[in-house]
Design a protein around this ligand. Structure first.
Ligand code: ZN
Length: 129
């Protein structure tokens, strides 16, 4: 599985600007590349509230979740693991300081998995410019 470089930068930027509050979203893919993040509205501060927001989302077609840990530890909590089992195959946790190495992707069992960062051409973006 892969993730578009721009999508990853977006996740890191949003997480950084949201800190010290948690950021949460759902991941969408085109083929085998994660290209989109559906941001969960109304995320409030608090260590686990972002995860709760993800639990409440309807089952839109997504392949996984992303959320931030402003504390910096990227270890999934018990609640995170429960979420991973229910909401798809790939789950990214980003942590402070939110640089290009401040993220880990987990599978539904909470085991770290490799996610290749690739250049991806966003057609919509090209048309928009
Ligand atoms: Zn968490």
């Amino acid at each position: 599985m892969k993730i578009a470089k721009d999508t990853l930068s977006f996740i890191l930027e949003v997480s950084k600007s949201t800190a010290p509050m948690e950021f949460a979203g759902m991941l969408q893919a085109k083929g085998d590349v994660i290209t989109d993040v559906v941001i969960v509205p109304g995320t409030e501060s608090g260590e686990e509230s972002a995860t709760m927001q993800l639990f409440m989302l309807p089952n839109i077609h997504t392949i996984g979740t992303v959320h931030s840990h402003p504390s910096g530890s990227r270890r999934p909590s018990g609640e995170d693991l429960e979420l991973f089992e229910r909401k798809g195959k790939y789950h990214i946790i980003v942590g402070a300081p939110f640089d290009t190495s401040s993220w880990t992707c987990y599978n539904y069992k909470g085991e770290p998995v490799k996610l290749d960062v690739v250049d991806y051409e966003f057609k919509e973006k090209e048309e928009g410019w």
